[in-house]
Design a protein around this ligand. Structure first.
Ligand code: NAP
Length: 309
């Protein structure tokens, strides 16, 4: 029987593991399919306090893990939770055939990339359509080719800037005529001669050569309805994220978009189940705020367990 199981290994998960380990709760953290979470798909993290020169996203996550493990947090890789029952005590989590029972749960499952929802997007994934410039940008297929980035937030700007190292030209297709990104990121993008914004536009279709590689996109101007084609070898989609909470549907209260609802601190609708990070937060969504709520979840879990004793 576990005291606390932390599900997820992004900033929220590691902070929760660190704090619950230091509270002598002997937590176990299940990494999920992407150890380190979404931050491992970014390049340099420039806004995590304490790193004035920035830090590589993967490196930051490894440091967090090391710190949590130093105080006794246990890490389990490749444990794929397929079902949970949060209506019983202890709580039950199934990882394929293994049953894990625990007195408290901290959900820190984060979010995954939002898709455009086009059939061509699905068919061409990994054939030129990608959601991660740092993972794929350096592939030979993208070198010295025009590339398209979709989105207008910090992620899209970061992707576009990163891709200037590889592509011949970067089209930034955004559905409005103003970037959502922070001023500093927007300024860098708009000042980069290799990046050409395509305003008020959405990708209506992704063009391929016999479904084996991307050769361009059809872009629709949302104001005029005009359709134009842009030739490109890659489409990098960065239009935000969706919480990865389907596992908890019907078990804890969520909103219509699947974000877990916490009414008091990190308390979900089920006493003893706490939630933190991007699966809860649709407002701030920063590494530092995720770590902060992970810390809060551990403190809430500690108080909950103390009151059970
Ligand atoms: P975001 O801020 O939600 O931006 C998503 C962008 O995609 C918006 O520009 C949005 O357009 C557009 N979009 C959404 N759905 C779309 C659709 N179906 N079709 C076309 N465009 C669509 O997401 P994000 O950029 O991933 O950033 C998430 C959070 O992480 C933010 O809080 C951000 O500050 C943070 N972040 C920070 C950094 C950094 O500081 N270095 C880097 C990455 C992310 P509208 O603008 O019209 O809504």
């Amino acid at each position: 029987m576990e005291n606390v199981v932390v599900i997820g290994s992004g900033c929220a998960g590691w902070a929760a593991a660190l704090y619950s380990a230091r509270a002598n709760l002997n937590p176990v953290l299940l990494t999920g399919a992407q150890p380190g979470g979404l931050l491992t798909t970014t390049s340099i993290v420039e806004n995590y306090p304490g790193f004035p020169d920035g830090i590589d996203g993967t490196e930051l996550m490894m440091q967090m893990q090391k710190q949590a493990e130093r105080f006794g947090a246990r890490t389990r890789y490749g444990v794929n939770i397929t079902r949970v029952d949060l209506s019983t005590r202890p709580f039950k989590l199934w990882a394929d055939d293994e049953l894990i029972e625990t007195r408290a749960v901290i959900i820190a499952v984060g979010a995954s990339h939002r898709h455009l929802g086009l059939k061509s997007e699905e068919l061409l994934e990994r054939k030129g359509v990608t959601y991660c410039a740092t993972c794929d940008g350096a592939l030979p297929m993208f070198r010295n080719q025009p590339l398209v980035v979709v989105g207008g937030g910090d992620s899209a700007c970061e992707e576009a800037l990163y891709l200037t190292h590889f592509g011949s030209k970067i089209y930034l297709v955004h559905r409005r005529d103003q970037l959502r990104a922070s001023k500093i990121m927007a300024g860098r993008v708009l000042g980069n001669p290799k990046i050409q914004p395509v305003w008020d536009s959405v990708v209506a279709d992704i063009l391929d050569a016999k479904q084996d590689k991307v050769v361009g996109v059809k872009v629709r101007n949302v104001k005029t309805g005009a359709i134009t084609e842009l030739g490109c070898a890659g489409v990098f989609i960065a239009i935000g994220h969706v919480p990865v909470t389907s596992l908890f549907k019907g078990q804890v209260e969520t909103d219509a978009d699947g974000y877990i609802i916490c009414k008091r601190g990190t308390h979900t609708s089920v006493p003893g189940v706490f939630a933190s990070g991007d699966c809860v937060d649709r407002v701030y969504r920063q590494a530092v705020t995720a770590a902060g709520t992970g810390c809060a979840a551990a403190i809430d879990a500690e108080r909950y367990l103390a009151q059970l004793a």
